[in-house]
Design a protein around this ligand. Sequence first.
Ligand SMILES: Cc1cc2nc3c(=O)[nH]c(=O)nc-3n(C[C@H](O)[C@H](O)[C@H](O)COP(=O)(O)O)c2cc1C
Length: 231
Amino acid sequence: MYRTDTLERPWQDHADVGEASPDARFTDVVLNRRSVRRYLPEQPPLATINRLLEMAVTAPSAHNRQPWRFVVIRSYQEKARLAKAMGDKLERDRMADNDDPVDIKNDVARSFARITGAPTLILLCVTMAEMDSYRDADRSRHEFCMATQSVAMAGQNIMLAAQASGLSSCWMCAPMFCPTLVQTTLNLPEDWVPQGMLTVGYPANTGKPFVRKPIQDVVVYLDEAPHATSQ
Ligand SMILES: Cc1cc2nc3c(=O)[nH]c(=O)nc-3n(C[C@H](O)[C@H](O)[C@H](O)COP(=O)(O)O)c2cc1C
């Protein structure tokens, strides 16, 4: 069961308080952020983008090693080069899956338009250079997971800071599916492994409707049992 009616959101009251307390401002930013996939052509000022990155690096990280790395792409040529390389790979993969060539062509074109149509791209990478090393695969995997969790937290900070600055954003997972290709195309250091990419710009629409599972479907409370005499 999904709830799409914002009026039914039990936490909405907090966003509706008139005079903005710090909490109300935060709630407003969190509640109103939507993934936006179409932007106005105007480029956000570099100072604003840098402010988003400053917010990104305040995120918590495993061992405080800050394993995030960012690539800011604002040049159309670089965006187009990346979009073309990723589109070619998408086409190869989908052809190997025997997908309908017309669908593939449309998807590749849509992906190119989305990447080149975003004023700013922020590629989110993880580096394991300063993370702990283990001899066994299990702990190595967990360490890598902690690093990528840290990068995701930085990414969320960027998205919220963008929202607070009048910008919108959307996370694109595609670079994660072709990390080496992205590294080569953008000439990145070997240890900068792409995890995702944020498109950022002034929104041209409001994004898709808000859809979330009800809280009670995703939370288990392990409360103290009510005291016998208090009932
Ligand atoms: C890890 C991650 C990967 C995502 N990848 C994509 C993507 O490749 N393309 C896309 O259009 N949206 C992508 N999204 C955005 C989600 O579709 C979006 O957050 C979700 O539908 C909820 O909508 P909202 O962000 O507007 O609340 C991704 C989000 C996350 C967190």
